[in-house]
Design a binder for this molecule. Sequence first.
Ligand SMILES: [Fe+2]
Length: 297
Amino acid sequence: MSNPFSLADESAYQRWRAVRLARPAPSAARLRVWVQRPSAPTRAELEAIGARIASDGMALVSCAPEQLGAESLLALGRALGLRRTEANHFADARAVSRITPTDGQGDGRGDYIPYTERALNWHTDGYYNPPDQQVRAWMLCCLHPAREGGENQLLDPEIAYIRLRDASPDHIAALMHPEALAIPAHVVDGQVLRAESRGPVFSIQQGRLHMRYSARRRHVCWRDTPETAAARAALDELFSRETVFTFTHRLTAGEGLISNNVLHNRTAFAPAAQGERARELLRIRYIDRVNPDSWTV
Ligand SMILES: [Fe+2]
């Protein structure tokens, strides 16, 4: 059986690559799907979201801001086949995280960049999770944007894979090594809050490409080989400039991104002035991926 992700099957790769690169570059116009009621999406809305995620790895949903809430987003996720949520440390009991700068409650959130106004470097979500708890999809929906800044850039890992394999198949081999990237355990006062995470950057899961990556320099441990160093340099080079497939977008109230955990970053944003509402997003992560192929009976 042909496998485009096998380094031994160049012709399957070339066929898959040609199909992927023939798709138009992502844009808000191409990715946007209007959803009347996220709590009860129509079949047509779900199919439109599924089609965009299948082709570009992500969809941009738009609805009336008052329609956005934890319960309506969870319902939308379920309708998309996303059932297994992944709760991080600061998510609520439903695994919904409110991404807003911490107001100094002293719960430790301010130690994590997502809960500050600072820029976030390129990553996929949950890169520090163990291999069996990988985040395969997420939604990030905007309740209120910052006055200025807070723009996202997104890139489908399939494009990253193509760029790296075209540069050298050795990069792919290095990044598929089961010990390519390790994130040390997070230990506070002798208590292990998160165990070490060690695994590949690129892996194939149920025939689909999965990427686990962080561009951060601190608290990451790359495999110490010349091949891994060369692959990392290629990744740095990839992220040093926009590609035609980089989608840049600043979410406004009522807009959300749903993706099969594509690469993304965030620019810094202006802090809320006195009396002004802070930037506020809702995020839900899933172990499942959006797989429209499984919807048809
Ligand atoms: Fe993220």
